[in-house]
Ligand binder design. Structure first.
Ligand code: TRP
Length: 326
């Protein structure tokens, strides 16, 4: 087994990945695969915790998500790409960790309380949803990583994972290193309406979206709401579009845009054109790579990755079973 530091992360297959996923997390994964022994998986069991009543979309979303990952630059030769449900050891470890996890830790988890309140179209009173963080702790601790690249919203889950690791080590002896969250240096990527980019708000640009559809959306997008005419000077720091230039335009272009906007010589229509040009240059190679991936390619990637993940998981489970007297 290689001596590189290890890392692991997963995403729920909830739909097409958008720019927010890319700049928030995926870019970090692509970077990590170069330096670390990285495990990246599709968290299909986690998707079931909330979508158990209608799982029809999950199956399709799994393959699409793997395509998005590989198109964006994850390389199955450099990292292990697999599907959570292909590695049954995750379920076994989750069960064993649930023995030592107080229910009160799960009930006071802020994400749990928040989602219970906010999501009204699904029933989340099931045990699987309460135990979501235990399964996530199992996903992570299985690979004994030093770090886990996640978005900020996952920090409460990371804290619980560390607490569970500490409790295991205290009860049965040092087994799991406490993993750190590896946050991407804050990339601001708001949705087209200024709220957080999210599938449920329908305000995102997905990585596989045709440019024609993106053009329509961007045309209707708000910029600096206080700037009504081109002859009014604008303020990039409150503009909804400017954060995208920070992500996609060269530093020189950003300076020119800032100057043009604040001096009222560059209008929002032309500014959007620059954005669309740079976005197309970013998305085109990605979409070309995606078009070459068929379902067979995805099946092969997941089969090979599942085998490597299971081999690693087996070593952790041997140690865990022994420590727990099994
Ligand atoms: N909870 C994560 C999310 O919603 C997905 C996830 C499941 C995960 N297991 C994980 C992330 C393990 C990192 C490590 O995004």
């Amino acid at each position: 087994m290689s001596e590189k530091p290890r890392t692991v992360s997963g995403m729920r297959p909830t739909g097409p990945l958008h720019l927010g996923h890319y700049f928030g997390v995926l870019r970090n994964w692509i970077d990590l695969q170069e330096r670390e022994q990285a495990f990246f998986f599709v968290a299909d069991w986690h998707a079931l915790t909330s979508d158990y009543a209608d799982p029809s979309a999950i199956r399709r979303n799994i393959d699409e998500m793997v395509k998005d990952w590989v198109a964006a630059g994850l390389d199955p030769e450099k990292c292990v790409i697999f599907r959570q449900s292909d590695v049954k050891e995750h379920a076994e470890l989750s069960l064993l960790l649930s023995m030592i996890t107080p229910v009160s830790w799960l009930e006071r988890n802020p994400t749990y309380k928040e989602q219970q309140q906010q999501i009204s179209n699904k029933d989340l009173g099931n045990a699987g949803f309460l135990c979501y963080p235990v399964l996530m702790a199992a996903d992570i601790l299985m690979y004994r990583p030093h770090g886990v690249p996640v978005g900020e919203d996952q920090l409460p889950h990371m804290e619980l994972t560390r607490e569970i690791a500490r409790r295991f080590n205290y009860l049965y002896g040092e087994t799991f290193p406490e993993p750190q969250a590896l946050l991407t240096p804050a990339a601001k990527c708001p949705g087209l309406d200024g709220r957080k980019m999210s599938k449920s708000y329908g305000n995102g640009i997905s990585l596989s979206e045709p440019m024609a559809s993106i053009r329509d959306k961007v045309r209707g997008m708000f910029t600096d709401k206080a700037r009504l005419r081109k002859s009014d000077p604008g303020d990039p720091d409150i503009c909804n579009l400017f954060p995208y230039h920070v992500l996609l335009s060269s530093p020189e272009e950003q300076m020119e845009i800032r100057r043009g906007c604040t001096s009222a010589t560059l209008g929002c229509v032309d500014c959007k054109k620059i954005f669309l040009k740079n976005l197309a240059a970013f998305l085109e190679p990605l979409q070309e790579r995606r078009a070459k991936l068929d379902d067979k390619a995805v099946t092969d990637i997941l089969a090979a990755g599942g085998e490597r993940a299971r081999a690693f998981a087996a070593t952790t489970m041997n140690a865990v079973r022994e420590k727990m007297g099994l």
